[in-house]
Structure formats: structure tokens, C-alpha cells
Ligand binder design. Structure first.
Ligand SMILES: [Zn+2]
Ligand SMILES: [Zn+2]
Length: 274
């Protein structure tokens, strides 16, 4: 199983980091988790395209995790040579978001249908499944388990555990540690967690920025979750603030103080195998 951090940024624009998005390749199954800024560019750089995705999983409906879902939908649509469904799994209200996205794309879709009457005779076929913690389902060769996370006041939010031939990875999404997260991470080979540095965020004397401290795992908390759950490899992403060149080891050391396994972090397109 290969995990690629497609986008390691956050809502704060960074020319070198796309928004939250992670690619999981498990055998012949390709799964995208979240679809932040620049996701289609990074997917292409990772050697795949929206039409090759077996599914898109959405952890929650914060805009930074969704902002380029429209690009995934459109690129999937225009590159499909026959009517092909795009499967999206996400928490309740995902259908509402997808419907609104398709509504925003309505003029574009009408132009394409008018321009290619012989070869494009269908609308985008987006199949949304709204998921709840405790649910499980299959995508290609992979089995997916849905967990609960704590990203209050954002509700509902979910994590995903992807299992394939005895290997597993948990995508924790945003949130602070909680029992349900420990539970779904238990014994996983990999655990991808979005993180912030409380020490650095605290330096910015801006109330709205400081507000984010109470609903994101710090680097240390992600490491503690990984340690409690007996995870083999901790994969950090969604860096707030962005990791600056040369700071990687400082971030790694903060996690290593609480977690004895391997720690992966880096730029967009960092890939690790489980
Ligand atoms: Zn986020
Ligand atoms: Zn969020």
C-alpha cells in the first residue's frame, strides 16, 4: 500500500503546498482522501488522474478539504469516454455539497453537451454515499471502515481506515485526540494526521487564527495517539503553519518525543509504502 501526501497545506495559501489531499494506492485500487487546493495537479504529478480513482473519500466538509472537488468532478467528466460514475463517500451533507457543486457547473456542462453532441451525451454521474461512524464498505479490493472524530464545532466529521491484504492505514482528518480515534487507529500500519504547531500558532496574535488551536491535533498529540494505538508509521500533513525549509527535523523531533515508530513528513508528493 502506497500513501502519497498530495497536498500538505492548510487554508492559508502557500505557493508550494496544495490543500489537504492524500492518495492511497492499495493493489489495483486507487483512493483519494479529501480534495483540497491543487488536488488534480498533484494527482497528475503522482501519476494518476480522476478517471482512475475508484473512490473519493471526504473526511469533513470544511472548504480546505473540498475546494477542488469541482475540478475532480469536471476532469473525471470530460476525460470519461463513456458514462462513468465517480463515487464519493463523505459525512452527512456531502450530497448537498455535491449537488451545489454540480449546480455551479451547470453552465459548463451545458456548453460541453452542446459542443460534443455525438460523443458526450451524458451529465456527470456522481454517486454520493453519505457515511456514519461504524459503517464499513468496499472500494475495489479495499475495505473501508468509518470512524468518528472530534473536530467540534464541525459536525459531522469522520475518519477512514483503509485495509487491503492485511495492511491498513487510517486517515484521521482534522480534529483533536479522542477515544474513537484511538480505537480506529489500533494496530494500523499507517496513521495520517493533520497537525498544527501550538507553539508557533500561539505566536500569532490574531484571535481568529488562535481559535484553530482548540480543534486540531498538535504534532505532539498526533504522536501520542499513534503511540497509544500501537501504530507503526505516523504520517503528518496539513501543516499549520507551513513547515519552512530546514524545519523538518524540528517537527519530527516534537513527534519523536512521544512516538517510537517511524515518522513521515515533508513536501507535497511525499510518498511512503506500508
Ligand atoms: Zn483542514
Ligand atoms: Zn477542518
Amino acid at each position: 500500500m502506497d500513501i502519497t501526501l498530495l497536498g500538505t497545506g492548510s487554508p492559508m495559501p502557500d505557493p508550494k503546498r496544495g490543500g489537504p489531499a492524500t492518495l492511497v494506492k492499495a493493489g489495483n485500487t486507487t483512493i483519494l482522501v479529501d480534495a483540497g487546493r491543487a488536488v488534480v495537479m498533484r494527482l497528475t504529478a503522482a501519476g494518476t488522474l480522476p478517471i482512475f480513482l475508484n473512490a473519493v473519500l471526504i473526511t469533513h466538509l470544511h472548504s480546505d478539504h473540498l475546494t477542488d472537488l469541482n475540478d475532480v468532478i469536471t476532469t473525471h467528466y470530460i476525460m470519461s469516454q463513456s458514462e462513468t460514475p465517480l463515487h464519493i463517500y463523505g459525512p452527512p451533507r456531502t450530497q448537498e455539497v455535491v449537488d451545489a457543486t454540480l449546480a455551479a457547473l451547470a453552465p459548463d456542462i451545458s456548453y460541453r453537451l452542446a459542443h460534443h453532441p455525438d460523443t458526450l451525451t451524458w451529465q456527470p454521474n456522481v454517486v454520493v454515499t453519505e457515511v456514519q461512524p461504524g459503517m464499513s464498505f468496499s472500494v475495489g479490493e479495499a475495505k473501508i471502515l468509518v470512524g468518528k472524530t472530534n473536530h467540534a464545532p464541525v459536525e459531522p466529521t469522520v475518519s477512514f481506515r483503509i485495509e487491503h491484504e492485511g495492511t491498513s492505514v487510517v486517515l484521521g482528518g482534522d480534529g483533536i485526540p479522542c477515544e474513537a480515534l484511538d480505537e480506529i487507529c489500533k494496530g494500523a500500519d499507517g496513521y495520517v494526521q493533520t497537525v498544527l504547531r501550538a507553539d508557533l500558532v500561539s505566536l500569532v496574535k490574531n484571535k481568529r487564527f488562535l481559535d484553530i488551536l482548540d480543534y486540531h491535533s498538535t504534532v505532539e498529540q498526533a504522536a501520542q495517539t499513534a503511540q497509544r494505538a500501537g501504530v507503526k508509521k505516523l504520517i503528518l500533513t496539513h501543516y499549520v503553519p507551513s513547515i519552512q525549509p530546514g524545519q523538518e527535523e524540528e517537527w519530527r523531533a516534537l513527534a519523536a518525543a512521544h512516538f517510537s515508530g517511524e515518522i513521515i513528513l515533508g513536501d507535497d508528493l511525499t510518498t511512503t509504502s506500508l
